[in-house]
Design a protein around this ligand. Sequence first.
Ligand SMILES: *Cc1c(COP(=O)(O)O)cnc(C)c1O
Length: 405
Amino acid sequence: MSLAHGRPYLAIPGPSVMPDRVLREMHRAAPNIYEGDLMDMTASLYPDLRRVARTEHSVAIYICNGHGTWEASLANVAAPGDRVLVAVNGNFGKGWADTARKLGIEVEIVDHGLREAIDPARVAEALAADSAHRIKAVMAVHVDTSTSIRNDIAALRRAMDEAGHPALLMADCIASLGCDRFEMDAWGVDVMIAASQKGLMTPPGLGFVFISPKAEEARRALPRVSPYWDWAPRIAPEIYSNQFCGTAPTHHLFGLRAALDMIHEEGMENIWSRHETLARALWAACDAWGQGGVLELNMPDPVRRSHAVTAARLGPPDASRLRAWCETQAGVTLGIGLGMVPPTDPAWHGFFRFGHMGHINAHMMLGLIGTVEAGFCALDIAHGAGGTGAAARVIAGAAGGNASA
Ligand SMILES: *Cc1c(COP(=O)(O)O)cnc(C)c1O
């Protein structure tokens, strides 16, 4: 008998759980796109997006997914033949680098493998070797969703400054914005990209590019930019439709309005600590399970782990068996492993990921953990006892002891 009937829970690293409030706001008749409420509502999104990213700079909104923002960000700062440096520790860093290469940009990679955070000293070394200052941008993923490593973006900026290199600093925050602390201006980031379907709790379909004045200057120096990706008309529109290079993504914008209201009602500091506490509860469970079995987290160093996604390793084929059991028997979908080995390799069935970004709370995390523990038992997967209890203690220790707080 399956116990999956009830509300399903998609615990993968994006798309994330969509709040009913976001969906309700989208459930409406088509609005007038030439005048009226839509204009004011759209204008209200920009300051609230800036507050999420802790920036005073410009933000362009695109109708696209994360891959679109990879291309948008590059199209405005580098021409074919220009050079960029990409610090990589996972599939998403590789993907952004591939996009650059396909645009005709020369790419230098500083590869950190799959289990280590980006080392700013190695990036500084590569910049020091570039005495002609050919490198136009240093690119890094804040949280690489495949390895769940959270890189220190502020330290990268310090390394660039110490090297005296003028390159732009570009960060992919698609998996981290609205989950992990990110401070664009204080950290000296020139271009930051994000998408709607992760920490921003809105269906896939909106991409965001945040742009410092220095990056705007780099755009102005390019001979040409492909018209759809050009951020200049989007951040300084002459008419409303310039913001979207055509018809506005009307319903996504209404959904985003509700999501931003929810985000700022809770507050960025509270959101970051909620994600951190829930992540620590999950890691405590995983540590307990790992004591008596083979489960292991991909990123050994907790200091540089994401608070929004956790990549784990289990002997093949148990990760795939566990995912199937949780989905069909309990209504929880876990994420597949990404970028560890090719999908054709039998070892592929030994990797999986927990998504815990956005609209999730303590009971959802405890349900996820309890379900995985039940799956271990049902499938006879060796594991240490007490995972769910360890997680409950982390949550008990962090949540208010007082029933009203
Ligand atoms: C999800 C994700 C992407 C890709 O986003 P898509 O919407 O699937 O194109 C890129 N980078 C990071 C860090 C991501 O988490």
